[in-house]
Design a protein around this ligand. Structure first.
Ligand code: GN1
Ligand code: MG
Length: 365
């Protein structure tokens, strides 16, 4: 889309939400892989907002997302009235979203004066992020999950995703399977271990919780001065899930020594100091609710999500790159290789990863 068209679109959307002041400028935020996000600046008074266009190919029922977010943020607000909370603006007819004539789905969130991290080598940052996601879990531990819409069914049902993936490999609709035999073989040989978490849940050994389900460190906003977490954002996938999913997704993103789409695989590995930082933050914050059986699945959660996401990227690659936003040809394949390399490294470090979880838990109890 041309810059001038984006500008006009944003101005029109801003008007529908009756924002104060005059439109000034905007910047595209490029970290998300699904929705399109802009930071938009207004003047007289000076204020900035986060405008998001929801990807309705991925989120088929976007109104349901907004209902979930309302309920969850309200629950958190009641528990911690003095801490910052997400706030969405409303249109004249009282809705926290806008469906435009051309079927685009928009929402506008209050912007926070904060810092975010894409990648860091500082374990303290991970400890704080762990605290934020552990707390999030704790705050929602008494939330009635039946109130939530399942915005993407079976989102972290790794076993089911694997079934779908191998069906798509059989179909090979885009003729790309021959390029990625090695990656498919890795996933095939890890099918059992990647299904274990789903099976533990299905057999009732670990409980379902209300989880965030997209715990990348860039979904935590930090206070610029104190370095403490301010607020957890991106609540689009808040749904019933497992504690190990939230723990694991955060670890596979933030304790990776490289970016999620690093091409040079020699840079990709799991950093145990970063891992320890996140574990200490998460486990200590969520300690009041985590069961022994859940603690046993934390490291497995990291391995599972790394394999699951590697498989999701590869699935998208072999089915024509329709789901994730790709920024260059073969982007999904680069992402796949990075996640699978990370998974292989985690596998070697599983004993140590488990030990760190238990050492941390012991210190707290
Ligand atoms: C997507 O767009 P973003 O960054 O919020 C994806 C996550 C993946 C992530 C990988 C709804 O999240 O599941 O882990 O990309 N979100 C959805 O970067 O599929
Ligand atoms: Mg997200």
């Amino acid at each position: 889309m041309r810059e001038a068209d984006v500008l006009n679109e944003l101005i029109e959307v801003g008007k529908e939400f009756r924002l104060e002041g005059e439109f000034d400028s905007f910047e595209l935020i490029t970290h998300g892989n699904i929705n399109t996000t802009y930071r938009v600046f207004y003047k007289n008074p000076d204020k900035s907002y986060i405008f998001q266009k929801i990807n309705t190919y991925v989120f088929r029922e976007p109104v349901n997302i907004m209902q979930n977010i309302d309920l969850v943020t309200e629950h958190i607000r009641q528990k911690t009235p003095d801490t910052p909370a997400l706030h969405y603006h409303h249109t004249e007819d009282g809705k926290n979203y806008l469906f435009t004539g051309d079927k685009k789905f928009w929402r506008i969130m209050k912007d926070f004066d904060s810092v975010t991290y894409q990648i860091t080598s500082d374990p303290e940052v991970l400890r704080q992020a762990g605290k934020a996601f552990g707390n999030f879990q704790l705050q929602l531990s008494d939330f009635d999950a039946t109130l939530l819409h399942e915005t993407i069914p079976n989102f972290h049902n790794t076993k089911k995703r694997l079934e779908g993936f191998f069906e798509n490999v059989e179909k090979d609709e885009y003729g790309r399977v021959k390029e990625v035999e090695k990656e498919i073989e890795f996933i095939r040989s890890h099918r059992d271990i990647a299904s274990r978490l789903t099976e533990l849940f299905e057999s009732g050994k670990i409980p379902a919780r209300v989880t965030h389900n997209d715990t990348k460190i860039n979904n935590v906003l930090f206070n610029k001065e104190t370095g403490e977490p301010l607020v957890v954002i991106d609540l689009d996938t808040v749904m019933p899930g497992l504690a190990a999913h939230d723990f694991g997704d955060a670890v596979r993103f933030a304790a990776n020594t490289a970016a999620e789409d690093e091409k040079d695989l020699s840079k990709v590995s799991l950093d145990l100091d970063l891992y320890r930082g996140f574990t200490e933050g998460f486990v200590s914050a969520a300690a009041p609710i985590l069961t022994e059986a859940e603690l046993e699945t934390m490291a497995l959660g990291a391995l599972t999500i790394a394999i699951e996401l590697g498989m999701r990227f590869l699935d998208d690659y072999i089915t024509g790159d329709k789901y994730f936003t790709t920024r260059f040809e073969g982007h999904n394949l680069v992402r796949t290789r990075c996640q699978l390399t990370l998974a292989a490294d985690m596998e070697k470090k599983m004993d140590e990863m488990n030990r760190i979880v238990f050492e941390t838990a012991k210190k707290i109890k």
